[in-house]
Design a protein around this ligand. Sequence first.
Ligand SMILES: [Fe+2]
Ligand SMILES: [Fe+2]
Length: 204
Amino acid sequence: MASYPGELSELCRRVVRRLSPARYRHTEGVLQAARTLAGRYGADVRRAEVAAIVHDLERERPAGELLRLAEGFGFPVHAVERDRPMLLHGPVAARTAPAELGVTDPEVLRAVAVHTTGAAPMSLLDQVIYLADYIEPGRDFPGVAELRRLAERDLRGACLAATEATLRYVLSRRELIHPRTVEARNWLLSGLGEPEGTRLAEPE
Ligand SMILES: [Fe+2]
Ligand SMILES: [Fe+2]
């Protein structure tokens, strides 16, 4: 199935209308990082491009609307999501993108849905988008350079480090932790069900 039947530039034009300039710059950064990671680890580059462009489609929708949309789609809205409705922007975008953007590829929509919390398991594409969102060139936080270096050889290890950094951040703010993030962290750490190719061979 074609991940998106049209030109990527057309998809970008539709998404740019939904985002602030700063958010769209972030999306362009995620696109760049996702292309690099997909190429490096053998994920489908076109799917990674489409998922990167779409991933924050609903990021600027007000909390009340995200909750209402999620309920309308029949999601089981978790107590943590009621407290932090922003966490719903991935799952909601995965449901609005088909009608709004014509993106219907299930693998792409899954990567969009899980980019906020992570999930267990995570496909190669899920990991590419999750990590690209974290380390895109516009990100600047303590530890990002180390994470970018790790991302050059160990996709899964870098996703694990990103998930653990997220958990530390949420703990430091005494916010509720989404159980999917804990599940993602445990799955990434356990090494179970690892998709092919998330680690590159050490150079000789
Ligand atoms: Fe996001
Ligand atoms: Fe993002």
